[in-house]
Each structure stands twice: as structure tokens, then as C-alpha cells.
Design a protein around this ligand. Structure first.
Ligand code: PEP
Ligand code: MN
Length: 341
């Protein structure tokens, strides 16, 4: 339920109403906007007498929210959410803060990662990506370096100051991610509907969660997955469009659904970023799709960069070289600025 408070009502009166609603075991989210103060109620709102609520002198309007997604709903929080790192320092994502996340698909060695980290930082990336635990279609392919890969990511963070983004695949690795203060925890397309994992990410950490769209996931399914994390206590969720499976198989790995960006912007206050690498599987069209994503209003781009794409252990065909990334980064900055004007 959404309750709009009349302008110029004192905080004391609002707090009084919040206490009354909380005593009914409802979760109350307060949003202070420039024009409006809104209370979002989550839980069994049937226990509230709507007519009585509407008749209160501090209430301007009250309406039921029929949408299945609540905490992520823009009606709850009309302004864009800005996601911060747990430390409260470093780059932010959303509300005009653009995330340029770059790095290899997987960490392959210290030399490989530190070299790429330095290159992408110089080129303007504000986050470093790299998978230590890799979800591979074939069990015979490189599965990632595991914990040793995480250590290398930490060293690269230390060397460059770039916060790191890396994928968590299994619940049993979550403690290690928390202990190592992984800045942004990525949940990959194959785990988007692993609800036990999502619930635990809500309960155990406030680190930002980069939640990718499922392989053939709908937008509602993506929002409901975000809801699992948020309803369990972690509101720092970043959504990621990474292409979906369609009938196209020959010329693109997936189909980039760019309409997801403006649609999600309407539905939710959470930041939305785009992954043109997994969406296309082709480095030659990654730059144009990245720019199209910026034009569509994305809050960031996550892109794969490799120093030697031909010999990459994973996803070389979709990886940009550092030089190509530097060129793209310049264009993204220009375009983002132009769109802000
Ligand atoms: C990745 O980012 O390397 C990855 C495996 O992505 P996705 O989950 O989107 O396939
Ligand atoms: Mn990859």
C-alpha cells in the first residue's frame, strides 16, 4: 500500500503514524521526496481500514499496490536509488552516477589480471570485474581459479583502488566473500532464481548485489528475484540486462533486450546496467551495443576486456582489447555527458 502524506506535516506526526502501522506488523518504508513524502507498506495490509487511513488529516491519499513486486517498486521510492559500496566511499551507482565496470571474464593469473586492471583504470573504468568461480556450460572447460582468483582480485584492488565485482555461485562461498569484503557480489544469469542464495544475500550482507537477468528470464522474474534480496534486508541491488535466449543462434550469442532499460526504469527505482559482452558474444558489436545502452538510459555498463582475447580461457570472442576499451570508454563518457544536458 502507498500512503502519500500531505505537504508540511511535521516529522513527529509522520513518526506517530509509522509507529501505529509498524505495531500492526507491517514493514513501513519512508521516502522523503522533493515534492512528496510517501510511506510504502509491505505485509498484510488487509488489517488496515482504508477509509479510516484516508480520513486522517495528515494523509493526502492511500492506495493499494497490486503489483507483485513491492520493495523494488518505484511507487515506493519515486526517486532513483543510489547504490553505495558498504564502506560508504568510492563510486556510487544510479541516480546519475555511472558505473563503467570492465575486466576479464575470468581471472587467469596475477599477471593477466593486474595488467588488465591497470589498463582499464587508465581508460576510465571505475570498477574491475573478473570471475574467480565460473559457471561453464561444459565441465571440461576452465572452471575458474576459485579462492586463489579472489586473492588476485584483492591484490588488483589494492594496486589500482578499483572496487571489484565478482560472481558468487554457491551459498557455501558467501562467508568468504563477506570476509574478503568483495565490493560488489555478482549473481549470474544461471543463479538468478536460486531463491535460497538470494534470501541469504538479503540476510547476511549489505554489499551491493549485481543481479543479472536469467537466461530466458522475464522482467517480472528479474524484479521478483531482486525482491527476494530486498525483502530479506539488503536493498542494495543493481539489475543487469545481459541478453536473453531467443531463436537467434547463428549471429549472436543472445539477444540484447534494450527495451528492458526504459521499462525497468519506469517500474523500479533500482539502478539498471547493461552487459553487451554476454548479450552479443561478439567483440565487434560490443561497442555499438554499449553506446546504445547508454542512450537507452542505462546506469552503467559491464564489459569484458582481455589483453589476449584469442588465447583467453573464457569468452575471448566477446572480449575487447584494452585499446578497444579505451576508445569505447571515451565515447561512453561523451555520450553520457551529452544526454545529461
Ligand atoms: C559473466 O559475467 O562472466 C557471466 C558468466 O555472466 P552471465 O551470468 O550473464 O552469463
Ligand atoms: Mn564471461
Amino acid at each position: 500500500m502507498i500512503v502519500v502524506i500531505r505537504p508540511d506535516v511535521s516529522q513527529e506526526k509522520i513518526d506517530h503514524l509509522i509507529k501505529w502501522l509498524s505495531d500492526k506488523e507491517l514493514i513501513v518504508r519512508e521516502f522523503h521526496g522533493e515534492k512528496q513524502n510517501v510511506l510504502g507498506l509491505i505485509g498484510n495490509t488487509k488489517c488496515i481500514d482504508m477509509d479510516m487511513l484516508k480520513s486522517l488529516d495528515i494523509v493526502e491519499s492511500a492506495s493499494d499496490m497490486n503489483d507483485t513486486f513491492k520493495a523494488s517498486n518505484r511507487k515506493m521510492h519515486p526517486a532513483d536509488s543510489i547504490v553505495n559500496l558498504e564502506s560508504g566511499t568510492g563510486p556510487k551507482i544510479g541516480g546519475g552516477n555511472f558505473a563503467l565496470i570492465a575486466g576479464p571474464c575470468s581471472v587467469e593469473s596475477r599477471e593477466q589480471l593486474t595488467g588488465i586492471a591497470k589498463d582499464v583504470k587508465v581508460a576510465g573504468a571505475n570498477f574491475l570485474r573478473g570471475g574467480a568461480f565460473k559457471p561453464r556450460t561444459s565441465p571440461y572447460d576452465f572452471q575458474g581459479m576459485g579462492s586463489a582468483g579472489l586473492e588476485i582480485l584483492l591484490e588488483a584492488r589494492e594496486a589500482t583502488g578499483l572496487p571489484i565485482v565478482t560472481e558468487l555461485m554457491y551459498l557455501h562461498n558467501l562467508d568468504e566473500f563477506i570476509e574478503k569484503k568483495i565490493d560488489v557480489i555478482q549473481i549470474g544469469a544461471r543463479n538468478t532464481q536460486n531463491y535460497d542464495l538470494l534470501k541469504e544475500l538479503g540476510r547476511s550482507t549489505k554489499a551491493p548485489i549485481l543481479l543479472k537477468r536469467g537466461l530466458a528470464g522475464t522482467l517480472k522474474e528479474l524484479l521478483m528475484s531482486a525482491e527476494y534480496i530486498m525483502a530479506n534486508g539488503n536493498e542494495n541491488v543493481i539489475l543487469c540486462e545481459r541478453g536473453i535466449r531467443t531463436y537467434e543462434q547463428d549471429y549472436a550469442r543472445n539477444t540484447l533486450d534494450l527495451s528492458a532499460v526504459p521499462i525497468l526504469k519506469k517500474l523500479t527505482h533500482l539502478p539498471i546496467i547493461v552487459d553487451p559482452s554476454h548479450a552479443t558474444g561478439r567483440s565487434d558489436i560490443v561497442p555499438s551495443m554499449a553506446l546504445a545502452a547508454v542512450a537507452a538510459g542505462a546506469d552503467g555498463i559491464i564489459v569484458e576486456v582481455h589483453n589476449d582475447p584469442k588465447n583467453a580461457l573464457c569468452d575471448g570472442a566477446q572480449s575487447l582489447t584494452p585499446k578497444e576499451f579505451a576508445k569505447l570508454s571515451k565515447k561512453i563518457t561523451k555520450l553520457h555527458k551529452a544526454l545529461e544536458e
